[in-house]
Write a protein that binds this ligand. Sequence first.
Ligand code: GLU
Length: 410
Amino acid sequence: MGVSQFARSIAESPTLALNEQARLLREQGEPVVHLGVGEPLNRAPQAAIDKGTAALHGGKIKYSPTTGLASLKQAIIHYTEEHYGRTVAPRNVIVTSGAKQAIFNALFAILDAGDEVILLAPYWVSYPEMVKMCRAVPVVVSPEPGSLEPDVARVEAAVTSRTRAIVVNSPNNPSGMVYSPDFVGSIVRLCEERGIHAIMDDIYHKLVFDGVTAPSCYDYTRLETDQSHLIVVNGIAKTYGMTGFRIGWAIASREIVGAMSKIQSQTTSCVSSLCQVAAEGALLGPQDEVETLRRAMQHNRDVVVEELGKLPGVRVTKPKGTFYCLPDFSHYLKPGIAANSFELSMFLLNKARVVTVPGRDFGLEGHLRLSYAGSTVDVLEGMRRIRWALDASEPREIEIGGRTLVREWA
Ligand code: GLU
């Protein structure tokens, strides 16, 4: 009885575990401020709600084709044309249960046991575990100390005869960095030359700030999609704040989509047809809500960076996209507070009821990921509490949820 050794070796998603912990604490009446999970607060776009409601009232919610409803695929093809200037065929598109399942199914489709996948630290928490679930080996390439930007030479040096893919996530979760055109171009070309897949996790591609554009991988290849090594992953969760609908997709060669489809047909059959219809509404409806969300996130980014500037010893690189930042808190890893980023995150949760995610889960110790996807009020309150908890020059007492707390440790 019991679970396998292998299942035991897979870690739980820390972002979702912390989300659950915050929910439970809130249920117990604790005044938790959530700078943990990356989930915007907005309502789904009206066009998505209308389409989904109409489908629900129609009462016939049936299986869709395994790779997705033809009409949603057309909407995704339209998105790909409009956003990347790339025309793809329906056979190059597969709809998945969130971008997460697209990445997993893509890995499962290309990996044999013992193959290697290069991940660029800081990387998103689920990549290493997904690679391991495919019985393959994650190979982490870290940036130069003090930098959050990956380095092409280091990536190149990590390629071996077992390398099957490099995962690129830009704008990056957790750092908010937008990788340079040079970097994206070099990786796309490197993969092409060496016969490696480039899995482009572009889920934050439209959430960019200060007029920056996230470079498109398609600008660096002449290969037709059916010959291409590119697997481009997207979804509606972040751009439209439709996290719970779980609609993502991948654009890839017919061969890769075919393999992903087989995997999907034997596991989930297809993605919820109701949510697929709602996603169509989001993609084809008015896009002003995307801009509203983007502006709100840019404003929160400014607030969080300004507030972090008031904390002595903390260094942060100003994010150019997403709704995360990854400040370096190593200054506060000291006796009486915390020995590592996990302990620091727990310290802030226990002492100040602020949820953060430890940098070590993203492959970068000494840092904390702060999500500013919530309200500006929450961002300000979270930062007020973090300063109080860590900085001895702040007043010793603080009001949190009607209680006065006294700092006894600094
Ligand atoms: N991608 C989000 C985050 O990093 C959602 C959590 C998850 O799916 O793991 O916070």
